[in-house]
Design a protein around this ligand. Structure first.
Ligand SMILES: *Cc1c(COP(=O)(O)O)cnc(C)c1O
Length: 350
């Protein structure tokens, strides 16, 4: 029987998306899109359709460029500091692992500083006080995949250029996407499979870029319409099929409502059952990655055994952190959370 998969990344995919991919790749009677030239109309159409769907879902104006690049979210950790607002120092909010890595890469490239951090409490919250003068750019990680915290307030975007790593919560909720200078996300969590990165960049930031090698240069990628080299066609195809699926599910509002329902159900179990304890501070809890532990850690082995018996996988916390983490990405159905909560109830009565 197919397991209940709460893995943090790559994410679960809806069967309808996989079926659509199978149909799209069938080459029995004709070439599939993976065999076609990226200069040809099929691939061009795929890219332009995917871009316009994203534009519509995110309500982006023509002031933004949309790119599909290689290298995952982590290549952006160096592309951003190489290219963006290079005349002032780069500012980072340190909310744990991924944001720390982003900062460490920037330090190699330019003057960079951490202007707020939640390291003092093991990254269990989102810092509210910012010490930023609006110069350079501010880098935030909107959802902290490993610690289970999430930004719910974006007042910082009114001050200057905000760059956001949205890898683990992109298109999980309505947001004012236009307020950001640059957004990036690996495609393998809410947008399909690994192999591609979505980058959305405000055109005005492209005006005054320094000289950097072409593969690291946003302007070069824009000029070449994401086809500076052979583009990640399969990852973009999967992204398009996920966006089709989102539309059928009722769009961003419907997805957000379901995400709220799923996370509320699980947090309610964590708060109401004696056996469990949440990690993140309540007001900063993530709707995507729910982190918790057992009140009595000596029972971990029996909880793990029960999870196995109940066909639940991917619930272990990140290797750096321990405890448990349930990832509730867009394509994870409510029934999976209902099953997990039932199992947690059962465990707390054992
Ligand atoms: C998964 C993840 C990454 C790493 O993404 P890659 O595409 O594997 O480089 C970076 N940031 C966040 C917030 C993530 O969740």
């Amino acid at each position: 029987m197919k397991p209940y998969n709460f893995y943090a990344g790559p994410s679960i995919l809806d069967p309808a998306v996989i079926h659509a991919a199978n149909r799209a790749l069938d080459n029995t009677n004709d070439l599939s899109i993976l065999e076609r030239s990226h200069r040809g109309k099929e691939v061009q159409t795929l890219f332009s359709q995917t871009k316009s769907m994203l534009k519509e879902l995110m309500q982006l104006s023509d002031d933004f460029e949309i790119l599909f690049l290689h290298g995952g979210a982590r290549l952006q950790n160096c592309m951003v500091p190489y290219n963006i607002c290079t005349k002032s120092s780069a500012n980072y909010i340190d909310t744990g692992t991924w944001s720390t890595k982003s900062f460490e890469e920037s330090v190699l490239i330019r003057d960079s500083k951490i202007i707020a951090s939640s390291a003092d409490k093991h990254y269990s919250y989102i810092p509210k006080e910012l010490n930023w003068d609006g110069q350079g750019y501010l880098h935030i990680t909107t959802n902290n995949t490993i610690h289970g915290t999430q930004f719910h307030n974006f007042e910082c975007t009114s001050q200057g250029v905000v760059v956001a790593d949205m890898s683990s919560d992109i298109l999980s909720r309505e947001m004012n996407f236009k307020a950001f200078g640059l957004i990036y996300a690996g495609l393998q969590k809410n947008l399909g499979t690994a192999g591609g990165t979505l980058v959305i960049i405000k055109k005005e930031l492209l005006e005054d870029l320094p000289k950097v090698p072409s593969m690291l240069n946003y302007k070069q990628h824009v000029k070449n319409d994401s086809m500076l080299n052979t583009p990640p066609v399969f990852a973009v195809l999967m992204c398009k099929l996920v966006l089709d699926w989102m539309q059928k599910e009722g769009g961003l509002t419907a997805i957000e409502n379901r995400n709220k329902l799923k996370s509320a159900l699980l947090y309610d179990a964590i708060d109401s059952l004696d056996a469990f304890e949440g990690f993140a501070q309540k007001e900063d809890r993530s709707l995507m990655n729910v982190t918790f532990k057992l009140n009595d850690s000596s029972r971990e082995e029996s909880f793990n055994l029960l999870l196995k018996q109940e066909n639940i996988i991917g619930l272990n916390g990140h290797r750096s952190k321990g405890g448990y983490r349930a990832s509730l990405y867009n394509q994870l159905p409510l029934t999976h959370v209902e099953h997990l909560v039932k199992v947690m109830r059962k465990f707390s009565q054992m």
